[in-house]
Design a protein around this ligand. Structure first.
Ligand SMILES: Cc1cc2nc3c(=O)[nH]c(=O)nc-3n(C[C@H](O)[C@H](O)[C@H](O)COP(=O)(O)OP(=O)(O)OC[C@H]3O[C@@H](n4cnc5c(N)ncnc54)[C@H](O)[C@@H]3O)c2cc1C
Length: 395
């Protein structure tokens, strides 16, 4: 199908901001940006990138493997784990280009963003040797096994348990809202390994659980928009080897908090509706409507500030510095922005959203239907505000 001029424009590179570093010298990334854009353009031509019908959680193993072969995964990881030892800023550039293009990142995103780093920092040598190279090669998909039917915001109340048996941990319990578990090879599961005590954060652990075990069942949870990305995962006596424990038994809460800082500050937390923002800027730019210019200008200004914040956090995390509070603020600001973009688009664009179309009307529909979940996944707005208040000593 031929693209309209507006859609063709959307395919052009569009990262409007200079690489402001707040004084920190950053490497010249123009060659890297050009290389990733060329790769994405090839993928678009091949039909793997279909803006308006996909999000960054869309699963496509082939895309992830090709991206890895072109050197766009595990950029910052040590060479011995299949990485390239490049800077956090270079990885950031690759991520934002992929998100801006609307590429299907769901096969590798969680594994590369948080599971791989978590295993490199806290995994046993056996686990590192078995999994990390394959994550770097885009061959493995991971899910996040935190939420349960009665434990979403209050994660420390998880009831999934793992009991010590010979050579491993025998699991019982249930996780919900597990993104892409039906495609995943492994789930990093927060579970109780010791009875609950007065300290509700004690006695929790993280296990790397293989999902191909017949004693693990993955069932679909179909969303109101009719899509199947979320799942329920049931553990019914599967035994996970000792070597799959992250950190020491009982370290689970500390590790989860650390992992969430990676999850909450990355550019996917404010770029879910970037494609629609691009459509908006182009349409409004051509319109001469001052009110619309001001509305879109405000969105772009916010995007610029949040991007700077997110970059700063990425560099802190890379340097091993704590960033819990600031990552929480970034997520709240970021998801607020990505939710507001479809609201402004509804007001400003004279366009009827049409579900399932690979064009601007499809992108509008997709954004409207998906926006409500942005401020739930990764922690709700109320919970994030509570964390910030605690970090500031207000609670
Ligand atoms: C699209 C999507 C993908 C997801 N993917 C995953 C995944 O891959 N893995 C995973 O583990 N989880 C995942 N989740 C789950 C997500 O992390 C939880 O939905 C979220 O943490 C909220 O938990 P809950 O749904 O149990 O809501 P609840 O905790 O029951 O909260 C319900 C409401 O009450 C409010 N509330 C709760 N406690 C308080 C309080 N103390 N003070 C004030 N308000 C409060 C909340 O803010 C919310 O508005 C996903 C969710 C979505 C929507």
């Amino acid at each position: 199908m031929a693209l309209t001029p507006l859609e063709k424009n959307r395919m052009q590179p569009f990262i409007p901001f200079p690489d402001y570093s707040g004084g920190t010298p950053r490497p010249d990334v123009s060659a890297l940006r050009a290389a990733v854009r060329a790769f994405l353009e090839d993928e678009r031509r091949a039909g793997t990138i279909v803006p308006g019908l996909q999000s960054w959680t869309t699963f496509d193993r082939g895309f992830s493997e090709r991206a890895a072969r072109r050197g766009f995964l595990a950029l910052t990881w040590p060479r011995r784990f299949g990485g390239q030892e490049r800077t956090a800023f270079e990885r950031y550039v690759v991520c934002e280009e992929m998100l801006a293009a609307g590429a299907p990142l769901g096969s590798h995103w969680i594994a590369e963003r948080q599971s791989g780093p978590q295993i490199m920092r806290h995994g046993t040598e056996e686990l590192k040797a078995a999994l990390v190279h394959r994550i770097a090669a885009g061959q493995l998909t991971f899910g996040i096994g935190m939420s349960e039917p009665d434990s979403g915001s209050d994660l420390s109340s998880v009831r999934t348990k793992a009991e010590k048996v010979d050579g491993g941990w025998r699991m019982e319990g249930r996780k919900v809202w597990t993104t892409n578990a039906h495609h995943a090879d492994y789930l990093i599961v927060l579970c109780r390994t010791e009875a609950r005590s007065e300290d509700r954060y004690a006695g929790l652990s993280q296990l790397v659980v293989p999902l191909d075990d017949p004693k693990v069942t993955v069932r679909p949870l179909v969303s109101l928009n009719g899509e199947h990305e979320l799942n329920e995962v049931i553990f019914d006596g599967n035994v996970v080897p000792d070597t799959h424990l992250l950190g020491q038994g009982g370290d689970g809460w500390k590790l989860v908090i650390e992992e969430l800082a990676f999850e909450r500050s990355a550019p996917d937390r404010f770029m879910s509706t970037f494609g629609l923002l691009r459509i908006l800027t182009e349409a409004v730019g051509a319109s001469g409507d001052d009110r619309a210019h001001a509305e879109v200008g405000r969105l772009v200004a916010r995007l610029s500030a949040i991007r700077d914040l997110s970059l700063l956090i990425g560099e802190r995390l890379e340097a091993g510095q704590p960033a819990t509070g600031i990552a929480t603020i970034a997520k709240d600001l970021g998801t607020g922005l990505e939710q507001e973009i479809p609201e402004v688009a509804r007001r400003v664009l004279s366009m009827v959203p049409v579900r399932g179309r690979a064009d601007a009307a499809g992108a509008l529909s997709f954004a409207i239907l998906n926006a409500p979940c942005f401020s739930l996944r990764g922690g709700t707005r109320e919970i994030l505000k509570g964390i910030v208040a605690r970090e500031l000593g207000l609670r």
